[in-house]
Design a protein around this ligand. Structure first.
Ligand code: F6P
Length: 358
């Protein structure tokens, strides 16, 4: 009998259930009925607090297309893992105790950056751990693609598409603010897919004058409207040049709900154009996974099952050059995958006339 613990950690995304289904289908194929799944509730919290559901393979049927996570999720910051909980609980010890008490053979962690850092910590503490790369942000180092990303791009693109028609009717400038935390992958892809005229990313700090010049150029060409795809982490050249502490303070004290509103005001002041802001926010993590994510999740799940069968633990399942493979968790832990201004996709976008405001 194989006893597998599984949890979904951090911000949710569309393909968490699809991935868990993939893991369980792979396992039941390899071990027939000889598998018990301990699904920990609300991420690492469930592992710390011994809160779990004993699940059967049938419980993972019919969830391929279902967004969210049947196990629930929560954010348990890595930097606080060694800080006792409010009631004094030693979190790392508690997680190890639960694992040992349930006599688990392996813990499968579906999570993004911080969650995989904790997975690596638990692996270094002697637990058998397999990580699966989840996040809409696609910022996990070591994998070309995370599950959730393409579904988020789909929603952000849909939003830009809808804005297009209204922007054209009203001759306005529209800013669509896209999620992605510190990286610009979703914005870059949705911006290109949605035909945005200007794309602003955290990795390519903008100059508001250049942004306005790009808008003026469109006006001069007789284009009545413009669309900006702006990453939630977009930053001006001026702010990027500040020391980290000052930059954080300035952003925290910004008199706007988010960067898009700040940029909107600056465009209004500079060019007098009418500007509107749209923030699709958490809708980008909702709904059904797109087919690409369903395929990726199923492939990732199959690989996780294979690694368990071969007892190759301490690994993160990744996609490299369209092949599903695995790398040591320690190789990826603590590193972010950023957009590089030198990436060919950025150069291609520039070749199409898209401005990055730099
Ligand atoms: O990491 C996924 C993500 O949606 C980011 O794009 C975003 O910055 C963050 O999570 C939002 O977090 P929360 O759900 O805690 O508001």
């Amino acid at each position: 009998m194989k006893r597998i613990g599984m949890l979904t950690s951090g911000g949710d995304c569309q393909a968490l259930n699809a991935t868990m289904r993939g893991v369980v289908k792979g396992l039941t194929n390899l071990y027939k009925k000889e598998v018990e799944i301990y699904g920990f509730l609300n991420g690492y919290k469930g592992l710390m607090r011994e809160q779990y559901k004993l699940l059967k393979p049938e419980d993972f049927s019919g969830i391929l297309t279902k967004g969210g996570t049947i196990l629930g999720s929560s954010r348990q910051p890595f930097k606080l893992m060694n800080v006792p909980a409010e009631d004094g609980l030693d979190k790392v010890k508690a997680m190890k105790d639960t694992y040992k008490k349930l006599k688990l053979d392996c813990l499968v962690v579906l999570g993004g950056n911080g969650s995989q850092k904790t997975a690596n910590l638990l692996s270094e503490e002697g637990l058998n751990v397999i990580g699966l790369p989840k996040t809409i942000d696609n910022d996990l180092w070591g994998t070309d693609m995370t599950f959730g990303f393409q579904s988020a791009v789909d929603i952000a693109t849909d939003c830009i598409d809808c804005i297009h028609t209204t922007a054209a009717s009203h001759n306005r400038v529209f800013i669509v603010e896209v999620m992605g935390h510190k990286v610009g992958w979703i914005t870059l892809h949705a911006g290109i897919a949605g035909g945005a005229d200007i794309i602003l990313l955290p990795e390519i700090p903008y100059d508001i004058k250049k942004v306005c010049e790009a808008l003026d150029k469109r006006t001069a060409k007789g284009k009545g409207f413009s669309i900006l795809a702006v990453a939630e982490g977009a930053i001006s050249k001026e702010d990027a040049a500040l020391p980290k502490k000052k930059r954080k303070e300035k952003i925290a004290n910004r008199p706007y709900p988010s960067v898009a509103y700040d940029i909107a005001d600056q465009i209004r002041d500079y060019s007098g154009q009418e500007v509107r802001v749209t923030v699709p926010g958490h809708t980008q993590r909702g709904g059904s996974p797109v087919p690409y994510d369903r395929v990726l999740s199923s492939r990732f799940g199959a690989m996780a099952a294979e690694l368990i069968k071969k007892e190759q633990y301490g690994k993160l399942v990744v996609l490299k050059n369209n092949e599903v493979t695995a790398i040591p968790l320690s190789e990826s832990a603590g590193k972010l995958k950023y957009v590089s201004p030198e990436d060919s996709i950025v150069k291609d976008a520039r070749a199409l006339g898209i401005s990055f405001g730099d």
